[in-house]
Design a binder for this molecule. Structure first.
Ligand code: CA
Length: 234
C-alpha cells in the first residue's frame, strides 16, 4: 500500500485529499505545516509527498529544498500544489527538485492521475534494478529512499557519500579507479576532485562502522566494495 504524506494547511483540502487518496487504496498521513511535514518525513518512509506551497510556517519551497538536500528523503517524489497562476513558484519548485505540480483549484481526477504516474515510475525503477535494496550483513543500502542503515540505525550519509557507497556496493568486487568514481557520483553541480574522493571515502567509512572494511582500498587503482574484506584498510 503506497504511503502518501500530504502537507497542506487548509482543512477542506486536507479532507478532500485524504478521502480520495484512501479510496484509491493509499495510506495517508496529513501534516498542517512544513515543519511538521519534515519531522514526519524523518521519522517514517513515504512513497510520495503532496506539498502545498503556501504554508503557515516553513513554506513548501523550503520543504522541497530541505528534502532534496537530505539523503534520507532526496528520492521521495514531490508533487507541488500551487496557488493559481503562480508560475514563478512552479519554476522555482521544479528547479529545487519537485517532480510535478498542480495548480489550485485542481481537478481531483487530474491530481490522482499524476500521482499514479509518479508511483508507477518509482515501481519501474524498482523493476529495472536501479532501486534494488542491497544488504551486506548489517549494512543495508536503500536507493529509493537514499538511506543507509547500519545494524538498523540510519547512517547520516551525505548525498555524495551515499552515491559513492551505492556505486561500489551495486558492483561488489569490481575495483573502480578514482576518475571513474568521479564520473559516476558527480551531479554536475558539486565539484568533486580526485583527492576529495579519498576524503569522502574516509568520512563514509567512519559512518558505516563496523562495516568500514567493506570499502577496500585497491592499491594503485582506487576502491572496491567487498564483503569478504577482512582487514581494516586504514
Ligand atoms: Ca495553503
Amino acid at each position: 500500500m503506497p504511503r502518501i504524506l500530504v502537507i497542506e494547511d487548509e482543512s477542506d483540502i486536507q479532507s478532500l485529499l485524504r478521502f480520495n487518496l484512501e479510496r484509491e487504496g493509499h495510506q495517508v498521513t496529513v501534516c498542517g505545516g512544513g515543519g511538521d511535514g519534515l519531522h514526519e518525513l524523518r521519522r517514517n518512509p513515504y512513497d510520495l509527498v503532496l506539498l502545498d506551497l503556501m504554508l503557515p510556517d516553513r513554506d513548501g519551497l523550503e520543504v522541497c529544498r530541505v528534502m532534496r538536500a537530505d539523503p534520507a528523503m532526496a528520492g521521495v517524489p514531490i508533487i507541488m500544489v500551487t496557488a493559481k497562476g503562480d508560475e514563478s513558484d512552479v519554476v522555482l519548485g521544479l528547479g529545487l527538485g519537485a517532480d510535478d505540480y498542480v495548480a489550485k483549484p485542481f481537478r481531483i481526477k487530474e491530481l490522482m492521475a499524476r500521482i499514479k504516474v509518479r508511483l508507477a515510475r518509482a515501481v519501474d525503477r524498482g523493476r529495472s534494478g536501479e532501486s534494488k535494496r542491497l544488504q551486506f550483513q548489517g549494512l543495508v543500502i536503500d536507493p529509493v529512499r537514499h538511506r543507509v542503515t547500519v545494524d538498523g540505525q540510519v547512517a547520516p550519509l551525505t548525498l555524495t557519500e551515499f552515491r559513492l557507497l551505492h556505486v561500489l556496493a551495486a558492483h561488489a568486487g569490481v575495483a573502480y579507479a578514482r576518475y571513474d568514481l568521479l564520473d559516476r557520483i558527480g551531479d554536475g553541480e558539486t565539484v568533486v576532485t580526485d583527492r576529495t574522493i579519498d576524503v569522502h571515502v574516509r568520512n563514509l567509512r567512519k559512518k558505516v562502522e563496523p562495516y568500514q572494511r567493506f570499502v577496500e582500498t585497491v592499491r594503485g587503482v582506487g576502491y572496491r566494495f567487498s564483503e569478504l574484506a577482512e582487514e581494516p584498510t586504514e
